[in-house]
Design a protein around this ligand. Structure first.
Ligand code: RFL
Ligand code: PHB
Length: 391
C-alpha cells in the first residue's frame, strides 16, 4: 500500500469539496480531493440552478466565475402563482441583492477545469480512520485498482448525503434532526424556451409546480409527486399536460412552451441536520451534514457557506496554531443551517398541498395572500431567498 501525505484530505468533488479545494489552494494550504464517480458523471449531474449573491461573489473572488458572468441569467424577482393569478416578489428591490441562474453542473465543470492540484476520480472502497487523532487517514483504491492511503491533518467530509464520512463517526456522537415530507419532485430538463423571464413557484390544488430555466433555450421544471412515484407512469404528454394545468393562469395570453425532454428524475424531499458537524479532525460540510428540501433553492449555497467557514478556520489554525475557529466550526455553520432549514421548510409547507384537508389548504392560501400583499412579509421572503451575507 502506498502512503501519501497532505494537509487536508477532501472526500467528494461536489460543490462543497471543489470550492474548499480552491479556497485552501488560494491560501497556500495543500489538499487532495478524492471522488467516487468519474469526471464525466459529476460534470453531467443536473441539480441546482439558483446561486445566491454570496456564492457568486466567492467564486468571483477566486477567479472562477468568468464563464459564469458571461453565461448566467440575473434575476431580480420571482413569481408566486396561486388561485390562477401571478404575484411578483421583487427580490432586488426588497432585499438589495439579485440571484443568479446558472446550473450546478456548470459550476462543477468550471471548478474542475480551473483545478490543477491533486484530484482523483473513480476511487473506491474509501474509509476513514484515526479521526480523533492528530493524523487521520483516508484509505481508498484508486482508479487503476491500487490500494492507497492518505495521511492528513484534517479530513473534510464533502461527500454528500450518502457518503462515507458521516457514517465513519462513532455511534452516539452525532444527533440527527430529520423531517420527511409526503411528496417528492419530478424534475425535467426540456429543450424549450422559458415561458417567463423569472422563476414561477405555483401552488394549485393539483399540487406544486416550479418553472425554472437554464438558458434562453432550456427550461427546468418540477412537479410535486408522491415519494414512491414511478417515472414510467409519466410519459411526456402527461408531464406537459400536468405542467400546463398547474401553471395555468387567468391571463389568457400566457402559454407554456414545450419541447423535447432531455432529462427526468424524481428526487425525495427531506430536512436533515446532524449536530455537531465535526468529530475530532473530521469536519462535515454541505449535504454530508444537512439536507434541505429544494423549494428554497438553498442546498448548494449552504454547502459553499460551510466550506467558507472551514477554510477561514483552517487558515488561522495553520497561520497561528489557534484552534478557536475550528472548535467553533459546527456552531458557526449551524446558525446559518437552521435559518435555511426554517426557510426551506416554510416555503415547502406553503406551496405543497398535502391532500384534501381544507384546513391546510386555507392556511396555505392565507399565507400566500399575506406574503404577496404585505411588504414586510414579502421582504422577509426576499431576504431569505437571496441569502444572508456569508460569515
Ligand atoms: P454533492 O453535490 O452530493 O457532492 C458530494 C460528492 O461526493 C461524492 N461521494 C464520494 N466521493 C468519494 N468517496 C465516497 N465514499 C463518496 N460518496 C459520495 C459524490 O459522488 C459527489 O460528487 O454534495 P455537496 O458538494 O455538499 O453539494 C450539495 C448540493 O449538491 C445540493 O445541496 C444541491 O444540489 C441541492 N439543490 C439545490 N441547491 C441550491 O442551492 N439551489 C437550487 O436551486 C437547488 N436545487 C437541489 C436542487 C437538489 C436537487 N436534487 C436532485 C436533490 C434541485 C434538486 C432537484
Ligand atoms: C432549479 O432551477 O433547478 C431550481 C430553482 C429553484 C428551486 C429549486 C431548483 O427552488
Amino acid at each position: 500500500m502506498s502512503e501519501e501525505r497532505t494537509q487536508v484530505g477532501i472526500v467528494g468533488a461536489g460543490p462543497a469539496g471543489l470550492v474548499l479545494a480552491h479556497l485552501l489552494r488560494s491560501r497556500g494550504i495543500d489538499c487532495v480531493v478524492l471522488e467516487r464517480q468519474s469526471r464525466s458523471y459529476v460534470e453531467a449531474r443536473i441539480r441546482a440552478g439558483v446561486l445566491e449573491h454570496g456564492t457568486v461573489d466567492l467564486l468571483t473572488s477566486l477567479g472562477l466565475a468568468d464563464r459564469l458572468h458571461r453565461e448566467r441569467m440575473v434575476h431580480h424577482g420571482i413569481e408566486l402563482l396561486f388561485e390562477r393569478s401571478a404575484h411578483r416578489i421583487p427580490l432586488t428591490e426588497l432585499a438589495g441583492r439579485e440571484i443568479t441562474i446558472y446550473g450546478q453542473h456548470e459550476v462543477v465543470k468550471d471548478l474542475i477545469a480551473a483545478w490543477d492540484g491533486p484530484l482523483e476520480f473513480s476511487v473506491s472502497s474509501v474509509s476513514l480512520s484515526g479521526l480523533s487523532s492528530s493524523a487521520p487517514i483516508v484509505s481508498y483504491v484508486d482508479a487503476a485498482g491500487t490500494a492507497r492511503s492518505l495521511r492528513c491533518d484534517v479530513i473534510a467530509g464533502c461527500d454528500g448525503f450518502h457518503g462515507v464520512s458521516r457514517a465513519s463517526v462513532p455511534d452516539g456522537v452525532l444527533t440527527v434532526h430529520q423531517r420527511d415530507y409526503p411528496h417528492a419532485w419530478l424534475g425535467i430538463l426540456a429543450e424549450a424556451p422559458p415561458s417567463s423571464e423569472e422563476l414561477i413557484y405555483a401552488h394549485s390544488a393539483r399540487g406544486f409546480a416550479l418553472h425554472s430555466m437554464r438558458s434562453p433555450t432550456v427550461t427546468r421544471m418540477y412537479l410535486q409527486v408522491r415519494p414512491d412515484e414511478d417515472l414510467a407512469s409519466w410519459p411526456d404528454e402527461r408531464i406537459w399536460s400536468e405542467l400546463r394545468a398547474r401553471l395555468d393562469r387567468a391571463d389568457p395570453s400566457w402559454k407554456l412552451a414545450d419541447g423535447p425532454i432531455l432529462e427526468r428524475s424524481v428526487a425525495a424531499m427531506r430536512s436533515f441536520v446532524v449536530s455537531p458537524m465535526q468529530y475530532g479532525q473530521l469536519f462535515l460540510a454541505g449535504d454530508a451534514a444537512h439536507i434541505v428540501p429544494p423549494t428554497g433553492a438553498k442546498g448548494l449555497n449552504l454547502a459553499v457557506a460551510d466550506v467558507k467557514v472551514l477554510a477561514d478556520a483552517l487558515t488561522s489554525w495553520y497561520a497561528t496554531g489557534d484552534r478557536a475557529g475550528l472548535d467553533a466550526y459546527s456552531e458557526t455553520c449551524l446558525r446559518r443551517v437552521w435559518r435555511v432549514q426554517h426557510f426551506s421548510w416554510w416555503m415547502t409547507s406553503m406551496l405543497h398541498p398535502t391532500g384534501d384537508d381544507p384546513f391546510d389548504l386555507a392556511l396555505q392560501l392565507s399565507q400566500l395572500r399575506y406574503v404577496t400583499s404585505s411588504r414586510a412579509a414579502a421582504t422577509s421572503l426576499a431576504e431569505n431567498y437571496v441569502g444572508f451575507p456569508f460569515p
